[in-house]
Design a protein around this ligand. Structure first.
Ligand code: FES
Length: 129
């Protein structure tokens, strides 16, 4: 990499600050956990993680923390993502590509509605209720 200008360095610092802010758990009540095990990464989990960070940033949403975890044990449904939002059941979504990640931000995080076609696992209502 060649030398960076001061302006480029400032821009890079601002970008990294936003990413670090998304990983900071204080004052956040919604958690998105992306499975980053070997098969998750092979299935595109890094692009999924980046799509969440980008969409939350674009929409100026600050109460969501994005975490990553290892293998969730669902090889065939990677990338998998767990979403924990107060007032809603904890949901594991499967086959979450970057497009679905953005849809989850829109529907689940903003509108409090499930992205039904990608729900892979949720607590059974007879256990929860
Ligand atoms: S390596 Fe695929 S589910 Fe763990």
């Amino acid at each position: 990499m060649g030398k960076m200008t001061l302006e480029e360095l400032r821009k890079l610092r601002e970008e990294k600050k936003k990413v670090v802010e998304k990983r900071d758990v204080s004052d956040k009540d919604v958690v998105i956990i992306v499975g980053m095990g070997t098969c998750g990464i092979a299935a595109g989990a890094k692009q999924t993680l980046d799509a969440f960070l980008d969409e939350l940033d674009k929409r100026d949403i600050h109460n969501v923390v994005v975490k990553q975890t290892g293998c969730m044990g669902f090889c065939a449904n990677e990338p998998t993502v767990e979403v924990k939002k107060p007032g809603m059941p904890d949901i594991v979504y499967g086959r979450v590509d970057d497009k679905i990640a953005r849809k989850i931000v829109d529907r689940h995080i903003i509108q409090s509605r499930l992205v039904n076609e990608h729900v892979f696992d949720k607590p059974s209502t007879d256990i929860v209720g």
